[in-house]
Structure formats: C-alpha cells, structure tokens
Design a protein around this ligand. Structure first.
Ligand code: GLC
Ligand code: CA
Length: 545
C-alpha cells in the first residue's frame, strides 16, 4: 500500500488542545503559563497525543483572552517569554509532540502597532491595513452586528470614520484586500515556521475575505484565492498540520479547504453538529434538545462526502463550547460511561481527533451562582444585552449554564489538592468544585477511568489502519437511541455501536458480531444485543467480510 507510506503524519495523529490560561500555573499568579505546560509534557506524552494546539499566547491586552493580538512575534509576559516558547517547542519535540500555534488573522488588537498607526491619519501607511468607512457620527454605515454584541462599526472622531469589527471593539478587522497586509502576515508565519512549530490553527479563517458594503462576512468571493496564496507562500514550505476554523463551512467548500493536493489546509473545523441543539435560525443561547437522528445524518454526511476528497477533523469540545459530557452525555449518574461513549463514537470516525484539555478526564460544565463569577466577554455581554431586552435573569443564566464558553475555561483538574493543583495562588477563574472527585491524579491510577479509556482509544488508532482509511457506513439510521456504523478497509471491518441514551436499548446487529474481537468497551463483561445506558463498543473482524 504505497499510499500509506506517503501518508501525511497528521492523518494518523491525535491533537490535544491547551487553553494556556487554564492549564497549569507555574508561578502562583493564578494564570496558566508556558512553564506550566512544559511541566505537564510527561502527562501529555503518557496520554499518547502527537501534537498540542495552543490557544494564543502572544502579546495581548486579553480583551478576548488572547484572541486580540497586539504583537504576533512576542509572548505575553503573563505566559512567559519567547525563550520559554522556544523551550516548549524543543522539550515537546523530545517527546515527539509538535506545537501548533493559533493564528488570529481576521483581526488584531486595537493596541497592535498597526492599528495605533492606522488611527493617526487617513494618509498613514497603516491606515489601509484595516477596514474603514467614511460617515457621520451616530449614523452607522449599516446594521451589521458584532459577534460579541453591539454594532460592527466603531466611530473614530479624529478621522471622521468608522472601523469595522466582527468581534469586540478591541478587535478591529484586518483588510485582506491590501497585499501589504497579506505579505506581513506571511512573513510572520514563516518566522514561526523557522522556530520549528508543527502547524497552525487558523482562527475564524472563513471571515477574512469580508465585504461589509455587501454585508458579506464569511465565505467572501476572494476567500479561497487568499487561502491558496497564503498556503503557497508559507505552509507548503514545511511539513505542517493546518486547520482552519470555519463556522460557515459546508461539505462543498470543505473539499477546497482540505483539498488532498495541499493547496489550502490539512483540514477544517466545521460546526454543523455543534449547532444542532439550538432553535433553528436563532442563537446558540436559544436552547433546544439535541435532535439525535439529525446528528447521525450530519456526521454521516461529512464522513461520506469527504471520503477521498478531503479530510475531517473530529471534535466535540473546545474552548468555545460547553463540556460534551454535560451537553450530550449525563454528567451525574453516568458521567464516566457517557464520556467514554461519546469518545468512542467520535474517535471511530475518519479524520483527525482533537481532545480539549480535561475532556480526557470527563470534566463537566460549571454552574457559578451568579454572573459576577464569569469572565468571558461573550457571556458578560450577553447577560447585559438580554436583561436590557427584558429576559429574566433566571432565563439568561439557564442559557449561560448550558452554553457559556467559561464552561470549558475553568482550570484543569490535576489533583484533589487545593485549587485542583492548578495554582498556589488565586485562580483567574474559579475551579469547578468537583475537582476532588474528577482529577488527573486519580484517573491516571485507575485503569477504568475516562483517562485510561482515552489512552486506549488513541493507541488503537495507531494500531489499526482502518481508523485512517476505512469507508464509513451508518447503520440503524432512524433509531432514536443507537449510534452505529462500520468502517471497512482491505484489512477488515470495524463496528462502532453506542447507546446514546440513559435507557437500555435494543441493538440486534450485535448478534452478527458475536465472534468479533473486542477493541474497546466501556462496560465490563460481554456485549449483548441489549445495550445498557450509554454502553459503547468497538468490534473488529479481520479479513474480507
Ligand atoms: C474564534 C475563537 C474564539 C474567539 C473568536 C474571535 O472563534 O475560537 O475564542 O473569541 O474566534 O477571535
Ligand atoms: Ca502564571
């Protein structure tokens, strides 16, 4: 199989996402940092992951926790120094772990040197690095809204102009139409490549080719032209993993983003599945139960459409999403079973799995008593805006408990010691009180833990090529409880079968697989055609079937 020899390394890889602020503090200031990450590389190597995606650690006023960058080529003192970063890259390399940097290229911080210059005058060489509109104070150019609330336009009296921002006012949008902007970005990327990074995650990359005059934000007409140029000028000069974050991705444009010819990225993050449990046409805060059959159809569609034509990324969690075990599992009675079940279903598919810090422990959502404990700009703005619109505080808190980004941002739970072993100081955001039960120290000792289960899943992916190239087929499509599919390759056939509910479920097809080899199972004992709550299993039959 010549194709396998030439397999890009990232097709076989599992990526671990670190949210640096909440991972490990090393100096007692309550904020996670790079030295903290270095001290935990042993843990990551033990889990078996191949790469770490680091959420931004560049200089930043932290209006949006680092997604507002004021210097792309330096590290924020809060996280350490450039030499700490170099040390991290080198130390990780010793353990065969590559470091993936987060590139925020749609916007900078308003404290970035380019924007400070741009604001000085219309003639300033940096003025055209951003998106401006002449106007009159108080008369907005149009009714476009920013993602974190309020209008997408901000008035600058000295210039008698508005600037455009898709996120907070402190995140002015870059003007990608300007070739100088693109060149600066490419040079910066090459500089990081020179430092030995293993790849890049590209923040809201489908929004760079905006045309606010026509109210176009994502999937602008020049998007793929820009991406191909960037890839040619930078990524293609190295052996990198690249993944674009694209909320507006569909299976058609995903084939461009992840074209096997390497002309854009290795893969994209698409979000169709994580937008199913909200009311159609509304915001994520407008909650709705998960339509399970639709989830299966959605996942199957992505598996089938990208087969041989692109590459999927597989994720359930990240720093913007609630904890999956609280969201689609049961974080009480069946926490361990359901966390393992979800992992089984996702890791069995074709694509590169991403594990978000704490997911491998089955960490849960947080319910802070009131809004004062929350830190996320999106959550805080939502609370204010919805109260102004007349929603009751209880109503808004319900949405926040379900969907706030802070659910994923409470400190990593390392041990049962004070502050979960995250810091000796006062953590910047409070620790989830369940750390005394749910923590890495306890789980690493326990062969039945969620952690041990993830470690096995990650190992299996490396042992059975069917994970990489097996063709996907969804079974029992209409069933309201069972998620079942097969993956078939030259070597054999794998069955993944999971009860996605807290009630027992019938699964007759297990009978046909009675004699198959069990790869992983989240309960003790035999599997039968009746699956227990959240029971999941992966079975394997070698040879032609
Ligand atoms: C992405 C990031 C998110 C950030 C936003 C603006 O969606 O994942 O955390 O707030 O982009 O940069
Ligand atoms: Ca610190």
């Amino acid at each position: 199989m010549t194709e396998k020899k030439n397999l890009p390394w990232w097709k076989n890889a599992v990526v671990y996402q670190i949210y640096p602020k909440s991972f490990q503090d090393s100096n007692g200031d309550g904020i996670g940092d790079i030295q903290g990450i270095i001290s935990r590389l042993v843990y990551l190597a033990d889990l078996g992951i191949d790469a770490v995606w680091l959420s931004p650690v560049y200089c930043s006023p932290q209006d949006d926790n680092g997604y507002d960058i004021s210097d792309y080529q330096d590290i924020d003192p809060m996280f350490g120094t450039l030499s700490d970063m170099e040390e991290l890259i080198a130390e990780a390399k010793k353990r065969n772990i590559r470091i993936i940097m987060d590139l925020v290229l749609n916007h900078t911080s308003d404290e970035h040197r380019w924007f400070l210059e741009a604001k000085k005058s219309r003639e300033n060489p940096y003025h055209d690095y951003y998106v401006w509109k002449d106007g009159v104070e108080g008369e907005l150019p149009n009714d476009m809204k920013a993602s974190f609330g309020g209008p997408a336009w901000e008035w600058v009296p000295e210039l008698q102009q508005y600037y455009f921002h898709q996120f907070s006012v402190k995140q002015p949008d870059l003007n990608w139409e300007n070739p100088k902007v693109r060149r600066e970005i490419y040079d910066m990327i090459l500089w990081w490549m020179d430092k030995g990074v293993g790849g890049f995650r590209l923040d809201v990359i489908d929004q760079i080719a905006k045309e606010p005059d026509r109210k176009i934000t994502n999937n602008g007409p020049r998007l793929h032209e820009f991406l191909q140029e960037m890839s040619r000028e930078t990524f293609q000069k190295g052996d990198l993993i690249t993944v674009g974050e694209a909320w507006g991705a569909n299976t058609e444009n995903a084939k461009l983003y992840s074209n096997p010819d390497g002309s854009e990225f290795s893969m994209v993050f698409q979000f169709e599945h994580v937008m199913l449990d909200q009311q159609p046409g509304k915001e994520k805060w407008d909650l709705a139960p998960l339509p399970f059959v639709k989830l299966k159809q959605c996942m199957a569609k992505w598996q089938e459409e990208l087969y041989g034509k692109g590459w999927n990324s597989l994720f359930m969690d990240n720093h913007d999403l609630p904890r999956i075990v609280s969201r689609w599992g049961d974080d009480k009675e069946y926490r361990e079973e359901s966390a393992k079940m979800l992992a089984t279903v996702f890791h069995g598919m074709q694509g590169t799995p991403y594990v978000y810090q704490g997911e491998e422990l089955g960490m849960t959502n947080i319910k802070f008593e009131d809004i004062t404990h929350y830190r996320d700009i999106e959550t805080l703005n939502l609370y204010r805006e919805r109260l102004e619109k007349g929603y009751s505080p209880e109503d808004v808190m319900r949405s926040i408990y379900a969907k706030s980004r802070d659910n994923a941002r409470t400190p990593m739970q390392w041990s049962a010691e004070e502050n979960a072993g995250f810091t000796d100081g006062t953590p910047w955001i409070e620790v989830n009180p369940n750390y005394t039960e749910i923590n890495a120290e306890a789980e690493r000792r326990d062969p039945d833990s969620v952690f041990s289960y993830y470690r096995t899943l990650i190992r299996l992916r490396k042992e059975y090529p069917v994970f990489i190239d097996g063709k996907f087929e969804l079974l029992m499509e209409e069933d309201e409880q069972i998620f079942a599919y097969t993956r078939t390759s030259d070597e054999g056939k794998m069955l993944v079968c999971a009860n996605f509910s807290g009630e027992p479920a019938k699964c007759p097809l297990i009978t046909e697989w009675k004699d198959a080899q069990k790869l992983i199972h989240n309960y003790h004992g035999d599997v039968a055609d009746g699956l227990r709550p959240y029971e999941a299993v992966m079975l394997w039959k070698a040879g032609k079937n």
